[in-house]
Design a protein around this ligand. Sequence first.
Ligand SMILES: Nc1ncnc2c1ncn2[C@@H]1O[C@H](COP(=O)(O)OP(=O)(O)OP(=O)(O)O)[C@@H](O)[C@H]1O
Length: 356
Amino acid sequence: MTAVQPKGASTAGADAGALLRLDDVTVRFGARAALDTVGLDVAEHEIVCVLGPSGSGKSTLLRAVAGLQGLDGGRIVLGGRDQGGVPAHKRGVGLMFQDHQLFPQRDVAGNVAFGLRMHGASRAEQALGVAELLDLVGLPGAQKRAVSSLSGGEQQRVALARALAPRPRLLMLDEPLGQLDRSLRERLVAELRELFGELGTTVLAVTHDQGEAFALADRVVVMRDGRIAQSGTPLEVWRNPADEFVARFLGFDNVVDATVTGEAADTVWGKVPVPDGTRQGACRLLVRPAGVRLVGAREGLACVVTARTFRGTHVAVRLEPPGGPRLEAACALRDAPAVGETVGVAFDSGDVVVLG
Ligand SMILES: Nc1ncnc2c1ncn2[C@@H]1O[C@H](COP(=O)(O)OP(=O)(O)OP(=O)(O)O)[C@@H](O)[C@H]1O
């Protein structure tokens, strides 16, 4: 779809391809701002995942874009058109909610055809559309099945087919895989990404699950208290969390006060090497677990191992240094020390991040 530009509007600039634009969007409930001057662009064909803790404003953001929630300030522009006053059903966005709300009395075909019927498709068009969509979501031939006979993952696929049926210019997903077990989620996330890529669908999804967001998204947006704390590719956000809130939200807890002098920082854990070009002076410092290296007990910082957690690809080892905050190290299974052992710890500058 080509974004319609208002007369005289410039097409130059980084946002020329934005299908969706939020300018200073504000939504208040009483004195509290659920969205506080939020600015966000979503480009055509982009998959953006909004992440954040409970109550940070994710669902309100989706509801505002969908037209289900009025604004107290700012504007939402979709396909070049200000959506102020445009009712939800005229916005051309598809919505899929966590509890997928299928019609239990209708079969699979009846559910998927719903969106097509609403758009005035003939019976023949509906049948063709339903068959195509079911193929697309990996449920070929499921037309006549009762919704109640489907597994959670299958219901999720039907809900997705229904949301895709009217070919929305923007598909919005609210915790799309929230109720499914982890292995199914991981599989479906990979499939969804592939499917959206093939269809060229523009997607705005919200989730509180960072694994899901990082696997699905071209770009992740981390929210905190109705504001955007950070926006970037999964790799950018993972490598350089903007601040301590984002770092801790991503599960990084090795954060400490530091004073950078030259190529190292003084901390309660001793000297920690910092990347080249790090700003000098006082800061908060993050050491990713991969940068906490175990060395001989007499070298480095002596720590006692207090817990080990198997994480599939590695073991998370919890370490208690004398007097300082706890540390977590990521170790290969064969290298992981036993609980109660005393080990030495050294730090790798490649996994050290100065937080804003
Ligand atoms: N209809 C409403 N009336 C009053 N307050 C509301 C309403 N909807 C949301 N809120 C408040 O706005 C804030 C943001 O809520 P929102 O549902 O957008 O958060 P969320 O990030 O989606 O949370 P969750 O992950 O728990 O779904 C919360 O403090 C919530 O209590």
